[in-house]
Design a protein around this ligand. Structure first.
Ligand SMILES: *[C@@H]1O[C@H](CO)[C@@H](O)[C@H](O)[C@H]1NC(C)=O
Ligand SMILES: *[C@@H]1O[C@H](CO)[C@@H](O)[C@H](O)[C@H]1NC(C)=O
Length: 604
């Protein structure tokens, strides 16, 4: 990952000598020391997060061993800061410890990373992260009474285990987010363990926490994917859009200085350097909170919170209101005679300024759409600035922007129509068919996951007033998920092209994709004709899961069938299940009906 910086990592100072009492007034906070203290106090959790994300296969016992090693290290350095090992980078120390646990690197298959040093080693660990966690057993579900007992008896071990399980299943989630999630989960546990109906309490109260984690980490993955694939410039553009929409009153100069902090933060966070990520984030948030008056009116309460809640709160706070004196149109980019001159003086700043001015005025547009508009503008100027009369040429710019937006609007409208017209089951089938046709190489689990995410996006967005931005933002996240983060995903040439050509135009690119032509279906196996005998015992959600899998496998086998034909075969499948489960002997019924269905799909 060439985009991640080789240098610039802050030394991990365990040995901060100032003693601190928590200040009461936020503006008095010495943020660096607070952050330092936070890191020291949470060293155990931080170690678990980093380790479980790098080596997802590691057992909890192995993780605990490493936590102990890191604690010893901290104690040694607190006792004598002049030891040479105490001036090393936190993440390097951690990797070194991971590599020196006897036999671990062979057992968990990462010795190739341990034989490297420095940047190469970090890169290797990064590539060891696996987005597809199918190899992990499902999250163990404990009896709530038992859970509360464990929590009561040993809070730390309970939380350690929780963080371990969540981190290895979300290898790209940022450390502060995981710490926030753990803190919230502890709140849920505390509350629910007091309740009579603990099971119900856990179910309802844990749901939003998990939902939060999924949403946030999906966004983080998407941005990191953009950084890895397209570099710093695209990362900056994304952040300009997000900041300008959220803080429309911020001045451009302030935005640019904030941007530098933010972009350098992403290096650590995306790479999985938990300590660096926490530090970088703190820096950004103190920056924002110290200039609240000129940035936003909506973050006062957030700034009074402690880390890591403070940053999560700011990031997910509402967009600030548009300043009253901000006109809806910014003429300087389409009417000024000096556009080409200004562009040539400093490309990066010029287009950053355009994106800023356009985004702060258009909160109703999605982030990808604003990036598309900037792309259209850039292309237009390339053309216009070479003509005799540039200003005449680019005076049509606004028309071009509207044209792009309308195209994207149409796609979203069509999608929300699907949502309105199709029932929930037909909707998921529609997307499963579409996704499987374009990326049949993905695993059945991976495809059903993406299909469900698409339906969830439409369910969330299609009734909102900001429907367009919501759909376009969330659908783009699903595509980000499909494209992957650390380059481990290689699906087929057409999909790869959409993932790698342009971040902004990814969605229109996917929209134009047809079934993958390079794909050769696997030879027919018995899959489609054999029905598992437990099918009649499964209900609702589980049955829907089986139907989704049937459909995806069917499309993988017969990618040439039209959507209606596939839907019809799925209906047959559902009918067979219904009929046979009512029959005297379901097994005999399945044995008879299964092959018929398989033959029908074969003949189709
Ligand atoms: C071990 O890692 C190497 C390098 O990433 C990989 O090629 C190999 O398939 C892995 N072996 C196992 C058993 O996972
Ligand atoms: C572009 O769209 C906006 C908003 O719909 C509209 O106010 C403006 O007149 C349009 N401009 C052009 C040149 O079509």
């Amino acid at each position: 990952m060439k985009q991640l910086k080789r240098t610039g990592f802050i030394v991990f100072l365990f040995f901060l000598t100032e003693s601190l009492t928590l200040p009461t007034k936020p503006q008095d906070i010495d943020d660096v020391s607070i952050t330092q203290k936070f890191i020291e106090e949470n060293l155990g959790f931080i170690t678990i997060i980093a380790f479980a994300q790098y080596i997802q296969e590691a057992s909890f016992e192995e993780v605990e061993m490493l936590v102990k090693a890191m604690r010893d290290y901290k104690d040694k350095c607190l006792a004598d800061v002049t030891l040479p090992m105490c001036s090393e980078l936190a993440n390097d120390v951690l990797m070194e410890k991971i590599c020196t646990v006897e036999g671990l690197s062979q057992k968990r298959n990462f010795s190739h990373c341990c034989s490297k040093v420095g940047f190469e080693r970090r890169l290797c660990f990064f590539h060891n992260k696996k987005p597809d966690i199918g190899f992990l057993s499902p999250l163990p579900t404990l009896d709530p009474e038992e859970k509360c007992q464990i929590y009561k008896n040993n809070r730390e071990s309970f939380l350690n285990n929780y963080i371990y399980e969540v981190s290895r299943r979300n290898p790209f989630a940022f450390a502060p987010t995981l710490l926030t999630v753990a803190a919230r989960f502890e709140e849920v546990t505390k509350t629910c363990c007091e309740e009579q109906d603990k099971a119900n309490c856990f179910r309802t109260k844990a749901e939003p926490v998990i939902h939060y984690l999924k949403a946030v980490s999906s966004y983080q993955k998407n941005v990191c994917g953009a950084l890895v694939q397209f570099g710093l410039q695209v990362l900056n553009s994304i952040n300009i859009v997000i900041l300008s929409q959220k803080f429309p009153r911020i001045e451009f100069k302030e935005l640019i200085s904030l941007l530098e902090d933010i972009s350098s933060k992403y290096d650590g966070c995306c790479e999985g350097d938990a300590v660096q990520c926490i530090r970088g984030r703190s820096k950004v948030m103190s920056h924002i909170c110290s200039k609240q008056d000129s940035i936003s009116s909506k973050i006062k309460e957030c700034c009074e919170k402690k880390i890591p809640e403070r940053s999560e709160c700011i990031i997910y706070s509402n967009k600030d209101d548009r300043p009253k004196d901000l006109s809806l149109r910014e003429a300087k980019f389409t009417e000024s005679k000096r556009v080409c001159e200004e562009r040539d003086a400093d490309h990066a700043i010029f287009f950053a300024n355009f994106l800023y001015e356009y985004s702060r005025r258009h909160r109703e547009l999605s982030a990808p759409e604003l990036l598309r508009i900037a792309g259209v503008y850039e292309d237009l100027l390339k053309e216009c600035c070479n003509t005799e009369t540039p200003s005449e040429c680019y005076s049509y710019a606004e028309y071009k922007f509207n044209e792009t937006t309308e195209k994207s609007l149409k796609i979203v409208q069509r999608e929300c129509e699907h949502f309105q017209n199709l029932g929930k089951n037909d909707l998921i089938s529609h997307y499963l068919i579409k996704l499987t046709k374009i990326a049949p190489q993905l695993s059945t689990d991976g495809l059903t996951f993406l299909g469900k995410e698409m339906v969830a996006a439409l369910t969330t967005c299609c009734t909102l007033s900001e429907e367009f931005a919501c759909v376009d933002n969330l659908m783009d996240l699903v595509l980000g998920e499909l494209c992957g983060i650390n380059g481990n995903q290689n699906i087929n040439p057409a999909v790869d092209r959409c993932c790698k050509t342009s971040f902004a135009f990814r969605r229109p690119c996917f929209d134009g994709l047809e079934a993958d032509k390079t794909y050769v279906p696997p030879p027919a196996s018995e899959d489609l004709s054999t029905f598992p005998t437990d099918l009649c015992e499964t209900h609702n959600e589980e049955l829907q899961r089986k139907k989704n899998r049937f459909l995806v496998n069917l499309v993988k086998r017969k990618p040439g069938l039209r959507e209606e034909e596939l839907q019809s075969l799925l209906t047959d499948f559902t009918d067979v299940v219904e009929r046979c489960c009512k029959a005297e002997g379901p097994e005999a019924c399945f044995n008879e009906e299964g092959p018929k269905l398989a033959a029908k799909s074969q003949a189709a």
